[in-house]
Design a protein around this ligand. Structure first.
Ligand code: 13P
Length: 249
């Protein structure tokens, strides 16, 4: 069976001192009990060099939270995939709902970002998810499948190199988690969509994100189509993040 992937998304949190304390705690836990899953942390861009050094030689892979769709040039404030590559970045979140919501990222922009990450040899973690209003309107599957379809169409055969994260917007940072059954149902639909695009996509990891924590991780990760988690708040506390990693064993 594929190893699960537990990825922390630090969002816009941290400082040199806080990052060091957090990673020291996580690494100490992993030294005591080696993870039986893949582990990654997606950190704010200014801290890539710091975290690259801290996780060197450990089981933790480095991730970024966003990437420009452009390779270089006059795009003030943007960070290219090539720049991320200079710091050993392996995973890049694209299309997080906070980017879609607060920075106007469209499905097409998200797809272009996934392409940029792939071209630089990184693994995009493509985030999809419905709002509460969309769920209540019965549009969940239609929304997440539309979001994913644009990426599938853009990346062609590279679709097998993606990771997909289902993050219902209403569950992010709210303490309201999708039930294991709700999450499993959406994951199964996404799996079917990926398989229809390319037979090799049956093995694309599907992560769940949205208030996953030490208490609910085990049940969510036990679902047949949940291959890991994308963790926000609980990834900022070493003990909680370690418990989620242990639940993925
Ligand atoms: P929370 O775990 O804080 O709900 O955040 C989830 C998320 O957005 C991860 O990308």
């Amino acid at each position: 069976m594929l190893q699960k992937l537990i990825a922390g998304n630090w969002k816009m949190n941290g400082s040199l001192a806080a990052n060091q304390a957090l990673l020291t705690g996580i690494l100490a836990g992993l030294a005591e009990r080696a993870p039986a899953c893949q582990v990654a942390v997606a950190v704010p861009a200014p801290y890539l060099a710091q975290v690259q050094q801290l996780v060197a030689g450990s089981a933790i892979a480095l991730g970024a939270q966003d990437v420009s769709q452009h390779a270089q040039g006059a795009f003030t404030g943007e960070v290219s995939a090539g720049m991320l590559g200079d710091f050993g970045v392996r995973y890049v979140l694209v299309g997080h709902s906070e980017r879609r919501q607060y920075h106007g990222e469209t499905d097409a922009v998200v797809a272009a970002k996934a392409q940029a990450a792939l071209a630089a040899g990184m693994t995009p973690i493509v985030c999809v998810g419905e709002t509460l209003q969309e769920r209540e309107a019965g549009a969940t599957d239609a929304v997440v499948q539309r979001q994913l379809a644009v990426v599938i169409a853009a990346v062609g055969a590279d679709v097998a190199r993606l990771v997909v994260a289902y993050e219902p917007v209403w569950a992010i940072g709210t303490g309201k988690t999708a039930s294991p059954e709700q999450a499993q149902a959406v994951h199964a639909a996404l799996r079917t969509q990926l398989r229809a695009a390319n037979a090799q996509c049956a093995s694309v990891p599907l992560l769940y994100g949205g208030s996953m924590n030490a208490a609910n991780a085990q049940q969510l990760l036990a679902q047949p189509d949940i291959d890991g988690g994308l963790i926000g708040g609980a990834a900022l506390k070493p003990a909680d993040f370690l418990q989620i990693i242990a639940a993925a064993a």
